[in-house]
Design a protein around this ligand. Structure first.
Ligand SMILES: *Cc1c(COP(=O)(O)O)cnc(C)c1O
Length: 548
């Protein structure tokens, strides 16, 4: 067999029909079944071993060094490796350099351990390879999706049984949709809100058809705004850009001392907009239920009232916090969520689903009619095709994973995870307060908190310092905290993240804080104490002088 000269092709391997047939394995004969299982075993259990033993974030090799091994951009003509070799390479050469997000010492981000059954469920979804964009490639899965969407809708909105009987399998109505993540769920919500504000009328075909310029003209508007607190997720800005609203018109409201939207700032802003720029349209008010940086929850009931009074769409971004509703003990923290016109929840966050899965829920079952698209070969009018009212086209059957997970875990299983996160975060906050070196910056409401290293002597100085002096001290502290986070990350034993928050909403008073997210059920208070010990040690041995 002739081969291209410079390829890395394996000497014994060729690409031909015989081999292709073998690659398209169907578990029919015993032999091919045995082959499949032989290959799946190291994937499922080899990686599991890795996750157990590989504590630490990355090996001590820099990204720059690593990238040197990934410079080759030629696709070989003939195969390079057998499947078994590829799998072994993934386990031995890639996995050790990937981030062990499942480690209980990895408490910096919203990506964490998943129950192992998720891997099995994901495998089944891949094997079935259903495409939920249309009934013709998914059949029963479309029905399952409608059912599980109604289950979560019920958890949020708790409407009457008759409402669910009428809508659960109704092909004309939509209680929720699956998306790639929270970003696209938020985008979908803003898309629907925009289209509802500028519907077709005499001489105008609607904003979706004619675009923003024509819509603003037809409705005598010169600007649309979306109001959300400073803690709002940046995906809303993307939505502003994509929808033609302009991301500078996503206006950030100040926050109160608990990082919730400051209602007086919101009311002032609305009054000012109405008085000074009467042609401004308030498209939506967004409440955050579990902000990404601090886990704070906005006063949703009050926001709902303000939105209604101003004829604005009320969206709740509960990408993170949504599953708190599972917990009998803590669901009250999300009071008012049932008033939202739409709610974002991520599956790959506190539903502990594998990457990636987001969802958007709608209070009214016809809200998404304004974003419906039809095509002749698919998504015909009156069909069950779920792709009619989604931003995505082809997509995987995430509903099968979510529905199965709900059955395996039960409400209570998820509630235990939620309660553990909230209570461990509270214990962690207590421990931070107890240690002199640390300053708790934002106390946890859910399972996220922020803090910083700030020795008592410095804290004392800050209390009486002038504005100038305070800024100077905070800048030093910012450097110290940035470095602590980096040194700890690079040591590879544990990981917290960091972010920058404004003190008293003042843009000049930026405070760098360490951020920790407690979602791994294996993360205990003892582990968190070890993480603080390490930070103390890093500070004492390497950074103390910076504050002199
Ligand atoms: C994570 C998050 C998002 C974005 O979700 P992705 O799944 O990353 O796209 C939006 N809002 C909040 C509050 C989040 O925590």
């Amino acid at each position: 067999m002739k081969k291209d000269k410079d390829s890395k092709s394996h000497p014994d391997l060729v690409a031909d029909w015989e081999r292709l047939f073998r690659v398209f394995i169907r578990p029919e004969g015993q032999a091919s079944r045995a082959t499949l299982i032989k290959y799946m075993d190291p994937i499922l259990y080899g990686l599991n071993d890795f996750l157990k033993t590989h504590v630490g974030i990355t090996e001590a090799i820099s990204l720059k060094e690593l990238s040197n091994d990934f410079m080759d951009t030629i696709i070989c003509e003939n195969p390079e490796k057998k499947l078994a070799d590829v799998i072994s390479c993934l386990i031995k050469e890639i996995a050790p350099y990937a981030v062990n997000v499942a480690s209980p010492y990895f408490v910096g981000h919203m990506t964490s351990a998943i129950p192992f059954f998720m891997v099995h469920l994901k495998t089944i979804v891949a094997a079935l390879n259903q495409n939920v964009v249309k009934l013709e490639t998914s059949k029963v899965v479309s029905v399952v999706e409608k059912q599980v969407v109604a289950k979560i809708h019920r958890m949020i909105y708790n409407k009457k049984e008759s409402f669910y009987q009428e809508n659960v399998q109704n092909t004309d109505t939509t209680l929720g949709v699956f998306t790639e993540g929270g970003t696209t769920a938020n985008l979908t919500a803003m898309w629907a809100a925009r289209n509802a504000k500028f519907p077709p009328k005499d001489g105008f075909n609607g904003i979706e058809s004619e675009g923003v310029v024509a819509a603003y003209q037809a409705y005598d508007v010169n600007r649309c705004v979306i109001l959300v607190s400073r803690r709002g997720h940046y995906s809303l800005k993307k939505a502003g850009g994509i929808l033609g609203i302009g991301h500078q018109n996503i206006i950030a409201m100040d926050t109160d001392t608990k990082n919730r939207v400051d209602l007086s700032c919101l009311k002032r802003t609305i009054a000012r907009l109405k008085k000074e720029t009467p042609k401004t349209c308030i498209l939506a008010i967004v409440g955050v239920a579990g902000s990404t940086e601090t886990g704070s929850v906005d006063p949703l009931e009050k926001l709902a009232k303000i939105a209604a009074a101003n004829n604005a769409h009320f969206h709740v971004d509960a990408a993170w916090g949504g599953p708190t509703l599972f917990s009998k003990k803590y669901k009250h923290l999300l009071n008012g969520i049932q008033l939202a016109d739409s709610v974002t929840i991520d599956g790959h966050k506190q539903f502990y689903m594998p990457m990636s899965c987001g969802m958007l829920y709608l209070k009214e079952p016809h809200t998404l009619d304004v974003i419906a698209y039809y095509a002749h070969y698919v998504n015909r009018k009156g069909s069950v095709d779920l792709g009619i009212k989604t931003l995505s086209g082809s997509r995987e059957a995430n509903s099968l994973i979510l529905d199965s997970a709900l059955k395996i875990m039960g409400r209570k299983g998820y509630a235990l995870l939620i309660d553990h996160g909230i209570e461990t975060a509270a214990a962690f906050a207590k421990e931070i307060k107890k240690r002199k070196l640390f300053e708790l910056w934002t106390a946890p409401v859910l399972n996220i908190l922020t803090y910083r290293v700030c020795p008592p002597a410095i804290r004392k100085q800050l209390e009486s310092a002038s504005k100038e002096k305070r800024r100077e001290i905070n800048e030093k502290l910012n450097t110290v905290n940035r470095r602590i986070q980096r040194i700890q990350r690079e040591a590879g034993y544990s990981f917290v993240s960091r972010t920058t928050l404004l003190q008293d909403n003042k843009p000049d008073d930026a405070i760098v804080v360490l951020r920790s997210v407690i979602m791994n059920p294996m993360t205990t208070i003892d582990i968190l104490k070890e993480i603080l010990d390490e930070q103390e040690e890093i500070f004492n041995l390497q950074l103390r002088d910076l504050l002199m």
